[in-house]
Design a protein around this ligand. Structure first.
Ligand code: SAH
Length: 335
């Protein structure tokens, strides 16, 4: 294109993804006339920052708008050894999980691969400065707004772009994608060699309760979901992880009996994945409360006693509505 040699394309790619530049004008390794031509015909960034919220725990939440005015949220979570960036795959979400605030937006639209990648570039530039090398590694989690597996092609394209050595160079091994249980895509992921880690949101040990909390269960009930997880497990390579997430809702899914049922269910399907217990992040107008700490610990103990590895996730950025299930383009106090 533009009659330029191929290496120019590589330079532009590196300018956008490796140096994280925000305009063609900054690409001083390109001749001036090419910079001018590119500025006329193309745009580097399409998301605009609408608000930025800073939590007392250092977590940052960004609210962007797409060129056609849809909200996109991204969360930057600093950690001791690495940073984690939680990105969105859709604006809003079509699934109707009753404990998640994003559900209230409905699906606004799928994000493009470019819009997914741009969230990471914007977050890194805000945290470290444009073009500044990141001091630590970056992990990515596809756990923001949306159901990543309902936007599978663009998601996988974004993951391939982010893995590029002369780009962000965040390899799939550093990426975890979370699904509410889109069974055919779990099976598709199992066939991909260079793939991100998988997390599956369970939230309930029985179909009766899961139908209520996560209506997608009516389409793919636990038996089918866990069978797909079993097949996925067979495709795991050495060192590859696979997790279940279980949001803990007080008095709803956190009893001793439910812990035993959950453990028995996973054991019956011979699933050796670990379970991450996520205390519910409350948000108006959701009717749920987080399970008390002792309840979460007892629940965890029951799973462990039955041979299931379980961890309690520490909520991050709750005060700025940045925690799991709180992304709904709301304003919050912060800066
Ligand atoms: N749609 C995907 C990814 C987004 S949700 C999925 O369902 O997996 C990321 C995680 O946050 C899921 O495990 C979900 O169950 C959890 N979650 C949703 N709402 C929550 C809330 N209010 N408190 C705690 N976790 C929540």
């Amino acid at each position: 294109m533009l009659g330029e040699p191929a290496y120019r394309a590589r330079q532009v790619f590196a300018g956008v993804h490796q140096r994280r530049l925000c305009s063609f004008g900054q690409m001083t390794d390109l001749p001036g006339d090419l910079r001018a031509k590119l500025s006329e015909r193309a745009v580097i960034s399409t998301l605009t920052l609408e608000s930025r919220y800073l939590s007392t725990d250092g977590t940052r939440r960004y609210l962007f708008k797409t060129h056609d005015n849809f909200p996109v949220e991204t969360v930057f979570i600093p950690e001791d050894r690495r940073d984690t960036i939680c990105f969105s795959s859709q604006s809003g979400c079509p699934l109707q999980c009753t404990f998640c605030l994003t559900a209230q937006l409905g699906l606004l639209r799928n994000l493009t691969a470019g819009e997914i990648v741009e969230q990471i570039i914007m977050a890194l530039n805000d945290a470290y400065g444009v073009s500044v090398r990141t001091p630590r590694g970056t992990n990515l989690v596809g756990m923001g707004a949306g159901e990543p597996f309902l936007n599978f092609a663009e998601l996988m394209k974004a993951i391939r772009i982010m893995a590029e050595r002369n780009g962000l160079h965040i390899v799939p091994h550093r990426v975890t994608v979370s699904t509410a249980g889109i069974v055919p895509r779990i099976r598709d992921l199992a066939t991909i060699a260079d793939r991100p880690h998988l997390a599956v949101s369970l939230a309930a040990p029985t179909d009766e309760l899961r139908n209520e909390l996560m209506p997608i269960n009516k389409k793919w009930p636990l038996r089918e979901l866990l069978a797909a997880c079993g097949d996925f497990q067979k495709s795991l390579k050495a060192g590859e992880r696979f997790t279940f997430e279980y949001v803990m809702l007080a008095g709803v899914n956190d009893s001793d009996e439910q812990a035993r049922n959950l453990a028995n269910l996973l054991n019956r399907h011979e699933l050796r994945a670990k379970v991450n217990l996520i205390p519910h992040n409350p948000a108006e107008p959701l009717a749920y409360q987080p399970s008390p700490r002792e309840r979460v610990e007892t629940f965890r103990g029951i799973l462990e006693a039955k041979g299931i590895q379980a961890f309690v996730r520490r909520p991050r950025g709750r005060d700025i509505l940045a925690a799991c299930g709180q992304l709904a383009a709301r304003s919050a106090t912060g800066q």
